[in-house]
Design a protein. Structure first.
Length: 90
C-alpha cells in the first residue's frame, strides 16, 4: 500500500516538473490605432476670403485633435500592455 502511494506521489511530482514551453504573444494592435491620420486641408488659391481661411483652419484643428486623441489612446494602450507583459515576465 505504501509502495503504491509512493509510486503515485512520484508520478505526480514528476509530472509537475515537466517543462512546457510557453510562447507569449504580444497583444494585437486595435485596428483603429493602425489607421493613418487624415491629411490636413489646404487652400489651393492665390487669393482667399478670410472666412474660407478660418473655415480651413478650424477643419485642420479638428483633424489634428482627432488624430492626437488616437495617438494618445495608442500610447496608453501600449503602456498598459507593456506593463502587463513585464509583470508576467517577472
Amino acid at each position: 500500500m505504501i509502495n503504491k502511494l509512493l509510486l503515485c506521489a512520484t508520478v505526480l511530482v514528476a509530472g509537475c516538473t515537466t517543462v512546457v514551453p510557453v510562447k507569449q504573444k504580444f497583444p494585437e494592435v486595435p485596428q483603429i490605432l493602425m489607421e493613418k491620420c487624415e491629411p490636413l486641408s489646404t487652400i489651393d488659391k492665390t487669393s482667399v476670403v478670410f472666412s474660407e481661411f478660418l473655415s480651413t483652419v478650424a477643419v485642420n484643428y479638428t483633424k489634428y485633435h482627432t488624430c492626437a486623441a488616437v495617438v494618445s489612446a495608442w500610447q496608453d494602450w501600449y503602456r498598459d500592455q507593456k506593463k502587463i507583459s513585464d509583470d508576467l515576465n517577472k
